[in-house]
Design a protein around this ligand. Structure first.
Ligand code: FE
Length: 193
């Protein structure tokens, strides 16, 4: 576990510096069976958010949406082994004390957004990579009509859907992105004072 789980004195004063360090220390771990690392995946999702002119809060959500994967000790390919790591919840719990809902809600909802899109967009399921289809089954499959209505009542559901689409395509070994440092300005803008 990194210092983020058990903050030392130096770790508690600058959350943005802690996050950047976490990516530097653990970001080279695999993103499941996909062809990119955790850091590459995060940078690609964040870059797609920048290209869509998203707010700094949502750009930060895109960069940090899988931070839960970096906070736990389960194997990188846990979903492929039939384990649901609930990384959206660990990411949400970590982020909610340092960021507002425009950042932590899309993170919390990004797995639900996949279940949502599978229910409301018939073509969406086929666009998912195989590991993502495997984890969908572990996550409960497409939403019921009742779950869809509840999801749409969240003020951040559309942001979560946007994040979901970026997440789904941020697995391109050829994609060029700015370095991690380019996201610091957005993280500082989004982080609570
Ligand atoms: Fe992801």
């Amino acid at each position: 576990m990194g210092t983020l789980d058990q903050p030392s004195e130096s770790a508690s004063t600058d959350i943005v510096a802690d996050i950047l360090r976490l990516f530097r220390e653990r970001g080279d771990s695999a993103y499941g069976f996909e062809a990119v690392s955790q850091l590459e995946h995060a940078l690609q999702a964040g870059t797609l958010a920048i290209e869509a002119n998203a707010s700094s809060e949502l750009i930060s959500a895109a960069l940090l949406h899988d931070i839960g994967h970096l906070l736990h000790e389960l194997p990188d390919d846990a979903p492929d082994q039939g384990i649901d790591d609930h990384h959206e919840n660990s990411g949400f719990h970590f982020l909610k004390t340092h960021f507002g809902p425009a950042t932590y809600e899309p993170v919390r909802l990004h797995v639900a957004a996949k279940r949502y899109l599978c229910a409301v967009k018939s073509e969406y399921h086929d666009l998912l990579s195989e590991p993502s289809q495997t984890s969908l089954r572990l996550q409960g499959g497409p939403m019921s009509a009742e779950e869809v209505a509840q999801f749409e009542s969240n003020p951040f559901y559309q942001a979560a859907v946007d994040l979901r689409y970026w997440d789904d395509i941020a697995k391109d070994p050829e994609m060029k992105t700015p370095p991690l440092e380019a996201f610091e300005v957005h993280l500082r803008q989004a982080a609570l004072a």
